[in-house]
Design a protein around this ligand. Structure first.
Ligand SMILES: C[S@@+](CC[C@H](N)C(=O)[O-])C[C@H]1O[C@@H](n2cnc3c(N)ncnc32)[C@H](O)[C@@H]1O
Length: 274
């Protein structure tokens, strides 16, 4: 895999002085959770230098506003009621833009390496002569817990951290609930809004207590951010009463209980913390 990543000379690429790349350059850039001021400096620099951008639904308008005038824009996310552009077509588009010698930015929400299908895009670019790099971004889990004033791990609460795609509940049969139901761990489910009841049921069935803390955070870091804090037993009902929009992250673990005492926790949430 590493041989597919032809390095970019970061040292020579200062702000406003894009490095020459006659064979094209593709930067797989993490756009972070949405707020433009949570972009990394390197991501902001690549965006400012972009001649073509390929982006999807989770990239916020504030981030897109940083693209230079004249930058070609290709939206490949899911439109309402439609499927996303197939991954093979995205790979072919990136390869075509790179072959035209452009500085291409493939903008992805969060960190491109976390449930971001980066491997398939690297594979599609392997046959090109373009420079290819990955620019990391702040993943939604980091932004979500920070917005709630709590950490992902804590010496007293969680010594382990696991990111799980809730698509597991659909594509590959039943998740290994027994392996996931640990009291010393923070579990973060991505893409799980429609699986909340299944997750609660699975974890309770595998031995976590009914009052085990859980929270849902929608649009973390953005003005429309909303959160629900509750337990494995009551979260499905809370969500039915106060539906949250996508994108939404699910955090399970005793770190969630720290929202009770954290001076950095938001004072107003849609439902009270019990
Ligand atoms: C395909 S995954 C991409 C994850 C992304 N690469 C990252 O590192 O955050 C999409 C899922 O990320 C989560 N997500 C992304 N941005 C979010 C945000 N601002 N607030 C809450 N969840 C978010 C949601 O669970 C969403 O369904």
């Amino acid at each position: 895999m590493p041989e597919t990543v032809r390095g970019v000379d970061h040292a020579g690429a200062g702000i406003g002085t894009p490095a020459a790349c006659p064979q094209g350059r593709v930067s797989l850039v993490g756009a972070g959770p949405g707020a433009a001021d949570l972009l990394t400096l390197r991501a902001a620099r690549r965006i400012a230098e972009a001649e073509a951008v390929v982006y999807d639904r989770l990239v916020g308008d504030d981030v897109l506003a940083l693209l230079p005038a004249g930058c070609e824009r290709y939206y490949v996310g899911k439109a309402r009621g439609h499927h996303s552009v197939p991954q093979a077509e995205i790979g072919a588009l990136l390869a075509r833009l790179a072959a035209a010698g452009k500085r291409v930015v493939r903008l992805k929400g969060g960190d491109p390496g976390v449930f971001g299908r980066v491997g398939e895009e690297l594979a599609a670019l392997a046959a090109t002569r373009a420079e290819v790099e990955i620019v990391p971004g702040l993943t939604a889990a980091s932004a979500a817990v920070a917005a709630m004033g709590i950490p992902l791990t804590d010496r007293a609460h969680a010594q382990q951290l696991r990111f799980v795609t809730a698509q597991l509940c659909r594509e590959q049969g039943t998740p290994d609930w027994a392996a996931l139901a640990r009291r010393d761990e923070t579990l973060v489910f991505y893409m799980g809004l429609s699986k909340v009841a299944a997750i609660c049921h699975g974890l309770r069935g595998a031995g976590l207590p009914n009052d085990w803390p859980m929270m849902l955070i929608s649009h973390a870091s953005l003005p429309e951010q909303q959160a629900l804090v509750g337990t494995l037993a009551d979260m499905p009902a809370r969500l039915a009463e106060s539906p949250l929009p996508s994108p939404c992250l699910i955090v399970v673990g005793s770190v969630v209980a720290m929202t009770h005492t954290s001076p950095a926790a938001p004072t107003v949430m849609p439902t009270s913390v019990e």
